[in-house]
Ligand binder design. Structure first.
Ligand code: ADP
Length: 585
């Protein structure tokens, strides 16, 4: 039969085989009248001939169908396969004679091209199927042509995978770049409290990574944003950037930074029109400078710390760069957050420094002013005790002795306070001189010896026979030793205090050891803190300010040395002071 495809059906007008045959005969020579008059024999011969031709034509058709690259399957309305060509057999992995009579298994009512999955063995195949309604052997049927697109699909999938991998790689490269930019920015921002230098470097980093040029605004004391840093990628435009930096922002204008800092919300402007730029500019000069630097798109991001706008950053791109996108805004906001923290920390540090300075100034003034009357009290007490202008009665002398002792203690405390405030404010400078460590130790010894005797302690001073030269500040070294030996005596009830000095390679080590109350391990970490004392009642009982060791620590580092301590409660303490013999050491 030849009427198995839509194409053959239309050519032959949808007739039954017999009629087709007759028509084929009719069209043989175009003379129907004469043919009908032919004898039955010749009619039969012609009929046979026509049948043969029809069979040949059908065979040719089948041959074409068989040889066609696409799989052709004829299915009856119940879904049973009536015919399958060789390509179909190979697509389904089953001989065509086996396919015939089985259920096709795919919907054929839809005339759209559909994609179907065919599971043959372990490798699934994909075919594009197009179905046309037709007839087969005189009955209603559907002809499904299937094109094996497995390889094309695999190639498409591979290309898709490749593109996805490429996109993922590009994304991860982007993330890595973003991460390293943020890491670099954070490291830079936390490296110093000098906010001006920090922001200048930040502006440069941002132009390298994110924008053609960057403006950093900071809130001034007048409550208005000011451009503090403008940096352009192109060094040739550096002067224009500097000039723009000098132009104040009109608080009554509509510059975006005003809005951004007020609302604490960023603004992304992917495209800037000439009119917009015109409106944003405070004056013609500003407009001219902005045009020279190039403004095609921008991001304005506030710097917010502890809920306050401390400034803003503008990221700007010119005509040669792509407009900013939302993804870049989130990066810019990250940078601005970090910058805000750095600015805020620097501001807090400045505030703390100023407060500290004010405290130091006050302490210095008070201590200095208290010292003058104290010196007079001590001086006049001395004179009276010496019997000038006339001898005192014994009871009066004893009382005056106490006045003098208390005044001297007060002077000692004031001197410590003064020394500490000067050191704390960084006002103390070493006065370098060539000195002999042994000589300075002996000087300190002569001052503290009476104290040791008073407490019936033995003071051992073990010094080498020859001088130990070093370059240092002798007054400061003496002060260190007086504090250390003074403490050793103060905190030792019985036993001894010993001082040793030994030279090392480029260093001199002075050890002050006692057999006193000692310090427990937890307290050892705190003894160099100002005003700290192991026993809170100690100030009342033994006196002392709690500043001695913090002064020692600061003086030691001023002289380029180190101080270490070891102690066992109830056994004693050992303080080891190491000082360089020369400044280069
Ligand atoms: P203070 O004026 O109280 O002596 P310091 O700063 O000199 O202040 O010392 C801090 C604290 O360290 C002292 O109050 C004391 O508790 C402890 N300390 C210092 N030196 C010694 C020592 N040689 N033996 C035991 N405790 C000591």
């Amino acid at each position: 039969m030849v009427s198995c495809s839509k194409q053959s059906q239309s050519q032959l007008g949808g007739k039954q085989p017999r009629q087709l045959l007759e028509r084929a005969l009719l069209f043989q020579d175009g003379q129907p009248g004469r043919e009908l008059r032919k004898t039955r024999r010749s009619e039969n011969a012609e009929l046979t001939e026509a049948k043969r031709r029809l069979e040949r034509s059908e065979a040719r058709f089948r041959d074409i169908i068989q040889r066609t690259a696409d799989a052709i399957i004829v299915v009856d309305p119940a879904g049973t396969i009536c015919f399958a060509n060789e390509a179909a057999a190979s697509l389904f992995g089953t001989p065509s004679w086996k396919l015939v009579g089985t259920l096709f298994g795919f919907p054929v009512a839809d005339t759209e091209t559909t994609e179907i999955d065919i599971v043959v063995g372990v490798l699934p195949r994909v075919a594009e199927m197009r179905v046309v309604p037709s007839e087969w052997e005189g009955r209603e049927a559907y002809i499904a042509s299937l094109r094996d697109v497995t390889e094309r699909k695999r190639a498409e999938a591979a290309t898709r995978q490749l593109l996805q991998a490429e996109a993922a790689r590009a994304q991860s490269e982007k993330s890595a770049r973003r991460f390293s930019f943020l890491a670099e920015t954070s490291a830079m921002l936390s490296s110093t409290l000098d906010v001006d230098t920090t922001l200048a470097v930040l502006a440069r980093l941002c132009t390298e990574q994110l924008a053609d040029w960057v403006v950093i605004y900071r809130m001034n004391g007048d409550g208005l944003p000011h451009r503090t840093h403008v940096h352009h990628r192109d060094p040739a435009l550096g002067d224009i950037a500097t000039e723009l930096c000098r132009i104040p922002i009109d608080p009554a204008g509509i510059h975006p930074v005003l809005e951004v800092m007020r609302t604490k919300r960023s603004r992304l402007q992917p495209a800037v029109t000439a009119e917009m730029l015109d409106n944003m500019s405070t004056n013609p000069k500003e407009l001219e400078l902005a045009r020279s630097l190039g403004v095609e798109s921008f991001m304005q991001v506030p710097m917010v710390a502890r809920g306050r706008s401390v400034g803003a950053i503008a990221f700007v791109r010119g005509a040669k760069s792509a407009p900013f996108e939302a993804e870049e805004l989130s990066l810019a906001e990250d940078v601005a957050r970090r910058a805000a923290m750095a600015v805020d920390n620097a501001m807090l540090y400045d505030d703390a420094n100023r407060a500290n300075q004010a405290k130091a100034d006050l302490l210095a003034v008070v201590s200095h002013d208290l010292r003058t009357p104290l010196t007079a009290i001590i001086g006049y007490s001395d004179l009276l005790l010496m019997g000038i202008p006339e001898p005192l009665p014994a009871t009066g002398a004893e009382k005056l002795e106490r006045v003098r002792g208390s005044a001297q203690h007060l002077l000692y405390l004031l001197n410590e306070l003064l020394a500490f405030t000067r050191l704390d404010a960084g006002r103390e400078e070493p006065h370098w001189a060539d000195a002999d460590a042994c000589h300075i130790i002996r000087e300190a010894q002569s001052v503290v010896e009476p104290l040791a005797q008073q407490q019936q302690l033995t003071l051992h001073v073990d010094l080498p026979g020859s001088p130990l030269p070093l370059r240092t500040d002798p007054d400061k070294l003496r002060q260190i030793l007086l504090n250390l030996i003074g403490n050793a005596i103060k905190y030792t009830k019985k036993g001894s205090v010993s001082v040793k000095c030994s030279p090392g390679a480029g260093w001199i080590t002075i050890t002050v050891e006692d057999t006193g109350i000692g310090i427990n391990q937890n307290d050892l970490r705190r003894i160099f803190e100002p005003f700290w004392q192991a026993d809170p009642m100690q100030r009342a009982r033994r006196g002392g300010s709690g500043l001695g060791l913090s002064v020692v620590k600061r003086l030691t580092s001023l002289l380029g040395g180190t101080i270490a301590v070891e102690s066992t409660p109830g056994v004693g303490s050992r303080f080891v002071l190491s000082l360089p013999v020369s400044r280069s050491a």
